[in-house]
Design a protein around this ligand. Structure first.
Ligand code: XMP
Length: 519
């Protein structure tokens, strides 16, 4: 275990992911956690993240310097580097020299941390203060035009740090520097592999559920719930029942993927509810996006609970005393971190006393992905043999195509959008670009009409908007620069093959100021 101490920068999650890419398990803890508590978890190393403040600013987050002499290896990045320098008697000054973004760094002595790195390379910086003198016993390894001490190490004490952000993509050799610290200086062994994760999670699920009953899991068609269900299925077999609510707002082929491919790959016991009519009736006449979300959310819970009640009744008939005590959810580590929780198994009880269920029914949550990042979930999915279409699916919002039709949602409009969306996805896959794109919404401007000409006659149809974006976490996003020939094929095919659509546009707004979805 490596702990990443979060000083309030947006980089802690990225650091934790990079540590895991170095095949070492990591978790994030807040900087407010007492050092004793951190050490009590017996980490092999501790990493101090960057942070938004100056170490001298009033109320700036700090850390007990006892951390640096406790014998546990520590690596400081950016703000964490300055805290280490200051905590051990070095000097941090507000020199007025700031460095933001790409910065050239010179390696003056490679030591262990910067071994095999080119003498000059580019890193990503973001700081106002600088370390001007390293603490006693440290070797200075690098500098920049304005920062005399940009990296240092004291290998004997297991301490090292860099002023830059090795975790960001724009830093050359960042991963190598992190691995030098983890593997060489801290002596962490690279044992965090997918095979181990799968085995460990299955073991944990078995321990949690034991013979205390059955479990139920709602499948959305997305990768998270699918992987969570597949893990639980491996652990407890047919004591798991999955419920899939088809609300009619899915994309072309998605319901089949769950009903056929997922079941074929896992052998899971699946209960499908066809609720298309119910959702479309409830959405009739509604154009306001927030109202659509509310209706879809409300109906979803009702349908899901009715399905749970069905499953309960069914199992009660076939097995005397059978009880569904566990609810499986695909909660991921970023959700856990953002809600301030720990990564251990959650003991939260979920009350489900709405709908057709007994009032006192309580589910204990089973959340086998609580410690994992999305990219790890995909690898676990591959390891479990799930179909690539499910494992590599782009994120898809709960309200589905309902919020990609700008205007009222009707069956006809959904069918149009499904066709256009399927073409866009097909061409993206055909171009081999699925994994370069975070999400690719196709939006139907159903209340807008545009004039066109097709086959010598005037048409009066609808425009669709292509919204391919790149992102790491959906919090920020950039519009994807898809190759013109791919865009051209999508445009030609949509206007040829989808009656009613006579215009294809591309959204070139980043997030912020835009959002990924249109509503
Ligand atoms: P925005 O549009 O806010 O979306 O940039 C960020 C991410 O969230 C997804 N999204 C939703 N997911 N229910 C969901 O489950 C929703 O109501 C919803 N709205 C947006 C969106 O697809 C993107 O991944």
């Amino acid at each position: 275990l490596v702990l990443v101490v979060d000083f309030g920068a947006q980089y802690a999650q990225l650091i934790a992911r990079r540590v895991r890419e170095a095949r070492v398990y990591s978790e994030i803890v807040p900087h407010t956690m007492p050092v004793d508590e951190m050490l009590a978890r017996r980490p092999k190393a501790i990493i101090l993240s960057g942070g938004p403040s100056s170490v001298y600013a009033e109320g700036a987050p700090s850390i007990d310097p006892a951390l640096f002499t406790a014998g546990t290896p520590v690596f400081g990045m950016c703000y964490g580097f300055q805290l280490m320098a200051r905590g051990l008697g070095g000097e941090v000054a507000h020199t007025g020299a700031r460095e933001y973004g790409r910065t050239a760094v010179s390696v003056t002595e490679s030591g262990t941390l910067l071994a095999d790195l080119p003498a000059a390379h580019t890193v990503w910086m973001s700081h106002g203060d600088s370390v001007v003198a390293a603490p006693d016993g440290f070797t200075v390894l690098a500098s920049t035009a304005v920062t005399p001490v940009a990296a240092f190490e004291d290998v004997a004490r297991g301490l090292a740090g860099v002023q830059w952000h090795p975790e960001v993509l724009h830093t050359e050799h960042g991963q190598k520097v992190l691995e030098h610290f983890l593997h060489q200086i801290a002596g962490c062994r690279p044992t965090w592999t997918m095979v181990n994760i799968v085995e460990e999670q299955i073991e944990r699920i078995r321990e949690q559920i034991g013979d205390r009953g059955r479990a139920i899991c709602g499948l959305s068609g997305g990768v998270d719930s699918a992987v969570a269900a597949a893990l639980v299925q491996r652990a407890i077999g047919d004591r798991l029942t999955c419920v899939f609510v088809d609300h009619g707002l899915l994309r072309k082929g998605e319901a089949e993927q769950v009903e056929r491919d997922f079941v074929a790959a896992t052998g899971v016991d699946l209960h499908v509810v066809d609720a298309e009519k119910r959702f479309l009736d409830a959405l009739a006449g509604v154009s306001d996006p927030e109202q659509k979300r509310k209706i879809i959310g409300r109906e979803f819970i009702r349908v899901f609970e009715a399905a749970e009640a069905d499953v309960l009744a069914r199992t009660a008939q076939t097995e005397a005393g059978a009880k569904v005590a566990f609810l499986v959810q695909g909660t991921l580590y970023p959700d856990v971190v953002e809600s301030g929780g720990g990564a251990g198994t959650s003991n939260i009880k979920s009350h489900h006393n709405v709908g057709g269920l007994p009032d006192d029914l309580e589910f204990e949550l089973v959340e086998p992905l609580r410690t994992l990042f999305k990219d790890e979930v995909r690898l676990v999915g591959e390891q479990l043999g799930l179909p690539a279409e499910i494992v590599w699916r782009h994120p898809f919002p709960g309200p589905g195509l309902g919020i990609r039709i700008i205007g009222e949602v009707t069956r006809e409009r959904l069918d149009l959008l499904r066709e256009a969306d399927a073409i866009a996805r097909e061409e993206l896959t055909h171009a081999g670009l699925d994994r370069d794109i975070w999400q690719f919404p196709v939006v139907l401007l159903a209340d807008v009409r545009s004039v066109g000409v097709q086959g010598d006659s005037r048409t009066y149809g609808h425009p669709v908007v292509l919204r391919p974006v790149t992102s790491e976490d959906a919090m920020t996003a950039d519009w994807a620069r898809l190759p013109y020939d791919v865009l051209e094929r999508i445009s030609t095919r949509i206007t040829n093959e989808v009656a009613e659509v006579n215009r294809v546009t591309v959204d070139i707004t980043s997030k912020p100021p835009g959002t990924i979805e249109w509503e």
